[in-house]
Design a binder for this molecule. Structure first.
Ligand SMILES: NC(=O)c1ccc[n+]([C@@H]2O[C@H](COP(=O)([O-])OP(=O)(O)OC[C@H]3O[C@@H](n4cnc5c(N)ncnc54)[C@H](OP(=O)(O)O)[C@@H]3O)[C@@H](O)[C@H]2O)c1
Ligand SMILES: [Zn+2]
Ligand SMILES: [Zn+2]
Length: 352
């Protein structure tokens, strides 16, 4: 057992602050990783503030962080895929049973016995798991991923959640040449969605509430940008989209997007606002449209996404911050003031 520096929140209204947590000694199949960078996902904010209390109540203290890139420092005797010195990554999951039909088909995110990287029962130490806002982490090698060497580690960290969460539905619903794809909400997830849709050859339209993000959206790969609060501008696209990814973190009118789908078009919700969204039956039945959701992605697909990013030289656009600025970053996320992911330089934790 070792003690590790971390940042944790003591309650839904407390700021994140310096603390110490325990990590297990690596067992046979474990990889111990010194964390270099950890992305700040809006899910961290939702959970630190217990906004998902009806689905997964937060256990305090909470150490968030599930976009982890680091250096392997130690491996268990049975570990074959990693050795000390390797660059490695960990996303939203750290374990699953490996035997259920979902695990067998590479969809570990739906395993009834899946362990999330933070705020999930910890099978080894008791209590709950602690995430990446810390110096190190110990993870079963099945849940450790390989980072292509050409990718910048600070920008690669957000791929582990924002990347896979947008890549997976883009692939599933066939974003490709000849398809018109929309992305709603240009934050951490949204900006990755734009990069993937563009790299897959689709025509990409960004929907944003922030006029100041327009030029960036075009630079990231959008063909067109629509201010979502401008009803006339929205109406011009009515009935024309094959696929829309809804990555908005707060309450919004989803019907405004459903109405933009062509017949048989699909909208996939990845954003997870605190309160339910109201869906108009008419928006769906007019045009036999599909409403779906998507949760991160399986381990094999996460590796496929990382390799795709290596090949196409894709990383997140990050603002690197020291851990001491993380509370400020949360405030900015809530105001949609993010360009386009905060990535914490974990070396800053050493001075705590
Ligand atoms: N399904 C999954 O597996 C999964 C995985 C990770 C995260 N998530 C969830 O996905 C959501 C997005 O995460 P993120 O990290 O990308 O968040 P983020 O970086 O904070 O981006 C969210 C964006 O939503 C838009 N937005 C915010 N408030 C809004 C409002 N009141 N009305 C309309 N638009 C608003 C903003 O974009 P504009 O400025 O462009 O309007 C904002 O930048 C969160 O709810 C998160 O928990 C889900
Ligand atoms: Zn996330
Ligand atoms: Zn399983």
């Amino acid at each position: 057992m070792n003690h590790t520096k971390a940042y944790s929140a003591a309650s839904a209204t407390s700021p994140l602050a310096s603390s110490k947590i325990r990590r297990r000694d690596p067992t046979e199949h474990d990889v111990q990783i010194e964390i270099l960078f950890c992305g700040v996902c809006h899910s961290d904010v939702h959970q630190v503030r217990n906004e998902w209390s009806s689905i997964m109540p937060t256990v305090y203290p909470i150490v968030p962080g599930h976009e982890i890139v680091g250096r392997v420092t130690k491996v268990g005797a049975a570990v074959a895929k990693y050795k000390p010195g390797d660059l490695a990554a960990v996303g939203c999951m750290v374990d699953s049973d490996g035997t259920c039909p979902h695990c067998q088909s590479g969809l570990e995110q739906f395993c009834p016995n899946m362990t999330l990287t933070f705020n999930s029962p910890d099978k080894h130490l008791g209590g709950v798991t602690y995430g990446g806002y810390s110096e190190s982490i110990v993870v079963d090698e099945r849940f450790v991923l390989r980072v292509p060497a050409n990718l910048n580690p600070a920008g690669a960290a957000p791929l582990l959640c924002a990347g896979i969460t947008t890549y997976s539905p883009m692939r599933r619903w066939g974003a490709s040449k000849g398809k018109k794809v929309g992305v709603a909400g240009l934050g951490g997830l949204g900006h990755m969605g734009v990069k993937f849709a563009h790299a897959l050859g689709a025509q990409v339209v960004v929907f944003t509430t922030s006029p100041g993000k327009k030029d960036d959206a075009l630079r990231l790969g959008a063909n067109e940008v629509v201010l979502s609060r401008d009803a006339n501008a929205m109406q011009k696209h009515a009935g024309s989209f094959d696929f829309i990814l809804d990555a908005v973190s707060a309450h919004h009118d989803i019907n405004a997007y459903i109405n933009l789908l062509r017949p048989d078009g699909t909208i996939t919700i990845v954003g997870a606002p605190e309160k339910p969204l109201a869906v108009s039956a008419f928006s769906l039945l007019m045009g036999r449209r599909n409403l779906s959701g998507s949760l991160i992605g399986g381990i094999a697909e996460t590796q496929e996404m990382l390799d795709f990013c290596g090949k196409h030289n894709i990383t997140a656009d990050v603002e690197v911050i020291p851990i001491q600025k993380v509370n400020e970053a949360y405030e900015r996320l809530v105001k949609a003031d993010v360009k386009y992911r905060f990535s914490i330089d974990m070396a800053s934790l050493k001075s705590e």
